[in-house]
Write a protein that binds this ligand. Structure first.
Ligand code: ZN
Length: 151
């Protein structure tokens, strides 16, 4: 810093020039804009998160439909004891039982219990028939084997 009048170097912070005695205007700091704190913008609260509305896919529309009882569906009420007895009696008839089993198994309006029972009986009979045929063949083979040994 130098004196404005005589140009002599001044001491730092001197109020008067040591050489000419001129008053030293304190160096004005650069007009500084009052450093105002930056206006605090109120932070807007984050918008409430709204999950994206998912378009209902057509697949959801086709929810697995509950099995609806259609008019032609056979009743599935449990059979009474008398009905079971009658069923067993009918199945004792040699040729009729096979016919009845097929009718009940594949009939349109047959009680579900009777239908399932008939199907189970048919499958069981078929299995037993196969076993008996196989066993019969085996026995016949053994018998022929034995008889062949004698002759
Ligand atoms: Zn001076």
């Amino acid at each position: 810093m130098f004196c404005e009048k005589c140009g002599k170097e001044l001491l730092e912070g001197a109020k008067f020039c040591g050489s000419c005695g001129a008053k030293i205007e304190p160096e004005q700091p650069a007009p500084r804009v009052a450093a105002e704190p930056p206006p605090v913008h109120p932070v807007p609260p984050p918008p409430a998160y709204t999950p994206p509305v998912q378009a209902v896919t057509p697949r959801q529309a086709y929810a697995p439909a509950q099995p609806q009882a259609y008019p032609g569906q056979p009743a599935s009420e449990p059979l009474s004891v008398g009905q079971y007895i009658g069923m067993f009696l009918l199945l004792c008839v040699p040729l009729l039982n096979i016919i009845l089993l097929f009718v009940w198994s594949f009939g349109g309006s047959v009680n579900l219990n009777r239908k399932n029972f008939a199907r189970a009986s048919l499958i069981f009979s078929a299995v037993m028939l196969v076993i008996w045929i196989a066993a019969g063949g085996l026995i016949a083979g053994i018998l022929s084997e034995i008889s062949g040994g004698f002759y």
